[in-house]
Ligand binder design. Structure first.
Ligand SMILES: [Zn+2]
Length: 273
């Protein structure tokens, strides 16, 4: 299903299916200046096709390789639709990571990109690295209109769950860098337009920093990951349980530990509160 939400010069393309809605997920691609930003997920390919046949965008820009953003790149590329994709995103699209059943049910199974990409660029739209959410995460910056298309940079201020390969320190850095652009508008792929975006990005960076510090202190004090999780972030929510820990609060703690290169205490280790 495609819901079209106009925001003046920006059109939000909000994609969902019955299964994504049942899991309370939808994702938005955006169109601005005749350019498509992100491509939705595999299960909405026909909705995207129908929109493209009517809107005829000049080209597309992809923020990152996750299947709800780059999920339709293989079919767009096969058709010769010009695309701007960062080299690291392209590597992920050519050899997609194995995703768990939770993500396959929500978004569909991504295919590997086989075709060459017809290059694309728009002079008013810059693809800027904003890593952390994933190693290949970017945002699209329209300096003239003070507008950021943020992919998954924001999503919410207090996001207590993480995927196993998120780099939370890099996320803080990216949030502060994009806030420093002083954007007037910010379009989030899951939340749509964000009010007072520079302040929201800084608030998220502050919360992440405080939370990373609270986790770090307990890691140095020898706590076990599950104990830190419950103390600092609370017990797992439904997503953590349904995804078998793929997106979980425990992964938040593990990501901090990984960055510190402090091994987890053994199961019978002392001091694991
Ligand atoms: Zn993502």
């Amino acid at each position: 299903m495609l819901e079209i939400i106009p925001h003046g010069d920006v059109t939000e393309l909000r994609f969902s299916t019955w299964s994504s809605r049942a899991m309370r997920y939808a994702v938005s691609a955006f169109a601005t200046r005749g350019v498509l930003i992100d491509s939705g997920f595999p299960d909405i390919a026909s909705d995207l096709d129908a929109w493209m046949a009517q809107a005829r965008p000049l080209g597309g820009i992809i923020t990152h390789a996750h299947e709800d953003h780059g999920g339709n790149v293989p079919q767009l590329a096969a058709r010769g639709f010009p695309l701007q994709i960062a080299p690291d995103t392209l590597s992920y699209l050519r050899a997609p990571e194995r995703i768990g059943w939770y993500r396959r049910l929500c978004w569909g199974s991504p295919r590997a990109l086989r075709n060459e990409i017809r290059p694309f660029a728009h002079e008013a739209l810059a693809l800027i690295p904003a890593r952390g959410h994933s190693a290949d995460h970017h945002v699209v910056w329209d300096a003239e209109r003070g507008t950021v298309f943020g992919g998954d940079l924001f999503v919410g201020i207090k996001v207590r769950i993480a995927h196993h390969n998120e780099d939370l320190g890099a996320q803080v850095h990216a949030l502060r860098e994009i806030a420093a652009l002083q954007p007037e508008r910010f379009f989030d792929a899951h939340r749509g337009p964000i009010e007072a975006p520079a302040a929201a990005l800084r608030a998220k960076a502050d919360w992440l920093e405080e939370t990373i510090a609270a986790v770090t202190k307990r890691i140095h004090d020898g706590w076990a990951d599950a104990a830190i999780r419950t103390e600092v972030l609370g017990p797992e929510d439904l997503t953590g349980v349904l995804s078998f820990g793929d997106y979980s609060r425990l992964n938040f703690v593990r990501s901090v530990r990984h960055a510190l290169t402090v091994p987890a205490p053994s199961a019978n280790g002392a001091g694991s509160a």
